[in-house]
Design a protein around this ligand. Structure first.
Ligand code: SF4
Ligand code: SF4
Ligand code: SF4
Length: 198
């Protein structure tokens, strides 16, 4: 009888990595259950707090920006967290793109000397006559704004500068904002962020 009772106790317990410490299965499940409940509660609370506290980000208002060039030089990061963004929906797919070509370009081809961008960050692709697609390689862009100015002067402003939030470190006071001559940079909540479809 005694042997049977011992066997039954053994079935109710498990042995941890340390053979000297028996763990009661029921206690273990209770503890795990409590831990799971707390985790779910914690995640819910975090979600609630996130919903309640809007996230703020530094943003450029392209309607105010005068493409002064300071976005490239005044950011605490080098290269700057500001990059050129292309809104394809607003683009005219122009053959003679003011954002791509230098004003005095002698030939309308993809030669480096014809291009306005100092880093070769804009890729031109033929679509069908007379349309061309222009794509920005953000890794090459330094936020100088030359193409933006060119597009705004001759095109419809589909190129614009924007603080890229996956790069920006979110300074308490954005250094570019303090030096922007057009007061084009401000802190806004993400739901107010300026963004053209691209
Ligand atoms: S500093 Fe201001 S005006 Fe100059 S490029 Fe940047 S956002 Fe535009
Ligand atoms: S011209 Fe300046 S802002 Fe435009 S893509 Fe080239 S580096 Fe970026
Ligand atoms: S907040 Fe800081 S990192 Fe972001 S754009 Fe401004 S200066 Fe650059």
């Amino acid at each position: 009888m005694k042997k049977q009772s011992e066997d039954s106790n053994e079935k109710k317990t498990e042995v941890t990595g340390n053979p000297q410490i028996p763990v009661n299965r029921r206690e273990f499940l209770k503890t795990a259950g409590r831990f799971l409940a707390l985790s779910v509660l914690g995640a819910g609370l975090l979600k609630f707090v996130k919903l309640k506290s809007p996230v703020t980000v530094w943003q450029i208002d392209p309607r105010k920006c005068i493409h002064c060039g300071r976005c490239a030089t005044e950011c605490v990061l080098n290269p700057s967290a500001v990059r050129c963004v292309h809104a394809y929906e607003a683009c005219g797919y122009c053959k003679l793109c003011g954002g791509y070509y230098r004003p005095n370009a002698s030939q309308l081809n993809t030669a480096a000397e014809s291009q306005l961008c100092p880093t070769g960050a804009i890729k031109r692709t033929f679509i069908e006559d007379p349309y061309f697609k222009y794509q920005i390689d953000e890794d090459l862009c330094n936020g100088c704004g030359k193409c933006v100015k060119g597009c705004a002067s001759f095109g419809n402003g589909s190129l614009y500068l924007q603080v890229r939030h996956h790069i920006c470190v979110g300074c308490n006071e954005c250094r570019i904002a303090t030096r922007c001559p057009a007061q084009a940079i401000s802190l806004v909540t993400t739901d107010q962020a300026y963004w053209k479809e691209s």
